[in-house]
Design a protein around this ligand. Sequence first.
Ligand code: HGY
Ligand code: MN
Ligand code: MN
Length: 418
Amino acid sequence: MKVSIDGQRLLRRIDELATIGAIVGASGERGSARLALTDEDRLGRDLVVRWMNDLGLEVTIDGIGNVIAVMPHASGHAPVMAGSHIDTVATGGRFDGNLGVLAGLEVIESVMAAGIDLERPLAVGFFTDEEGARFAPDMLGSLVYVGGMPLEQALDIAAVDGARLGDELIAIGYQGGGPCPGLVPHAFVELHIEQGPVLEAEGVRIGAVTGVQGISWTRVNLVGQSNHAGTTPMSMRRDSAAAMFDIGVRLAEIVAEVGPPQVGTIGRIEVTPNLVNVVPSRVSFTIDVRHTDEMVLRSVEDRVHAIVREIADRHGLMVSTETLARFEPVAFDDRVVSIVEATARAHGLSVQRMPSGAGHDAQMLARVCPTAMIFTPSVNGISHNPAEFTSDDDLIAGTQVLADVMLELTEWNPKERS
Ligand code: HGY
Ligand code: MN
Ligand code: MN
C-alpha cells in the first residue's frame, strides 16, 4: 500500500512554523527560538493544533501538554503514530523536531485525501519540552507520556529561569485533561534530521536509526570566595572559575582518551558576581557526556565526578552536583528498523543503519511499543544553530519514506514471525 505525499505543502508548513519565534543566524540563516512553554512555544502549538483540527483529527492534550492527534477510525485499534517535538533550543534551526511532526501531519493528510482504507488509524503527536534546555531533563514530555516520570513530579520541575513547569503550562493554556501515561501506539516512527555529519559524509540519503546513545547531564556548583582581582595573591584565592577551567581541561582529556563516539560538553555557565575585577565566588555549570555503551558512559561519569571533587578540594571550594538527566542507551525494534531500510531501498534511496547521537522522543516511546527512527542528512552536520539545513529533496524523501513505513505498519502484526 503506498501514498504520495504533497512535498510543497510540507515545505510550506515548515516555513510557516519557522516564522514563529524567528531568529537570524550569524550569516543570515533563518532559525527559530521557541523554548518550552514560552509564548513562542504557545504560538507554535496553536498553529499545529489548528492544522490538526482542520484535518478533523481527534486532538488530545494531556496533563503535561503533549498533543496527540488521531485519525477518526471505526476500528478503535491502537494507531501507528509519528511524532517529535516543536519546542526548540534558543539557537534553534527550522527542522529539529518540527520535521517529524509536520511530516506526520502530511502523511495523514495525504492518506485521508487518497481515501485509503486502513486496518488501524494513523496518529501524529508533539511532546512537551523535548529539548530540556529550559526544563531538564530532555524528552520530558514523552518520558511522562510513557510513565517514566510521575506527572506531579514533572509539574514541579524548575526552569533555568526559576519558573515552575506546571505554572508555565497553565500560563500558555496547555495543561490538558488527557491521561498520563498516554495512549500506547501500535508502533511509533520518528522522522528527524540527523543533526550530525555522518549521512552527508557517506553520501547516503536515509538513516535507518538503530537506537540512541546514553545521555548524562550534571550540574556542578562550586563555592569559593569573592576577592579583589588586584590585591589577592594567587596563593590566597578560592577561585571557583579557575577550578571550572581546570575541570574543563581534564574533561577534554578524558573524552579524547576514550575516543569517539564519546562526547563531552560544558554548555551552560553561570558565574557570580561575574565582574571584571572580582575573583568569582561561585560558578554553576553543566556537564553533558554521552556514549553508545552504558559501561563506558558510567566509567566516564565516575572519572568526571572524581576530578570535580579533586579540583574543588585543590582550590579550597565547596562542591555540590545534581543529575539533570540520565538515560541509558536505547535500541530500537530491529523489525521496524528493517522496514525503514527496505522502504528506503524500494524508493531507490541509499540507506544505512546508524545510532543517534542526539536524544529523541522515540527513545521514550520505545519503552512501550515497537519504535524506530528515520534520519535525513544535515548539511555540514550542523544543528542547534540557525545554520541547520536539510535540502527540500531530502525533507520530501524522508517524509515519503515515513508515509510508506507507517502504512506498512498499519498491517504489521508484531506477533507474526517476519
Ligand atoms: O539533547 C539532545 O540530544 C536533544 O536535542 N534534546
Ligand atoms: Mn530534536
Ligand atoms: Mn534538539
